[in-house]
Design a binder for this molecule. Sequence first.
Ligand code: SAH
Length: 211
Amino acid sequence: MNNEDLVAELLRWNYVKSERVKEAFLAVDRKNFIPEKYRDKAYYDDPLPIGYNQTISAPSMVATMLELLEIEEKDKILEIGTGSGYNACLLAALGERVITIERIPQLRDFAKKNMEKCEYREKVLVLLGDGSEGYEAEAPYDKIIVTCGAPDIPDSLIKQLKDGGRLVIPVGGTFFQELYVVEKEGEKIKKRVWGDVAFVPMIGKHGHRWA
Ligand code: SAH
């Protein structure tokens, strides 16, 4: 199997729906973001360990979130939970600028190294720290994506969204969550639940307190 086979499967099962998301998946090879030990599984639709009790999400989950975000070319995007850097590169393929935050220094380094092979790396700023309250310095964002499970939707993230912006975030416990799509329309905040998901917990000031 290769990355094109993975994309073909994502299309076949309708996880990838749009031409733009398809092109992004074709442009970013998942193998470059997988620890050597698991490289033979890079093109399976499974989450994989990346060390430090963290995982790279299953490609179908990544595709679902990217489709829900409806990223446009000029979008400035905030990601919380850099992990392997895979999703950050996909975001960079889809938008104009990406700010991604990771709390584990070794994973920040892992992501940066993986991203050396990504043609969109110059659009990505990788930061180390607690992203549970977003990143005010670069706000506002057109899109915000959280790739770890939060106990609830942080007000700070809604504040950091542009009018017309969109936030995709898993909300719930430390094992299972519901995936929320939040839209900001002036003073109005529209929320809907996409479905059940399982992410590693968001640890931090506005996150869970333990790993
Ligand atoms: N998007 C990643 C997968 C992320 S796994 C990828 O494409 O590979 C979730 C990541 O969120 C983990 O690396 C974890 O360390 C990180 N994380 C958890 N809480 C965080 C916080 N408060 N701020 C930033 N990163 C956090």
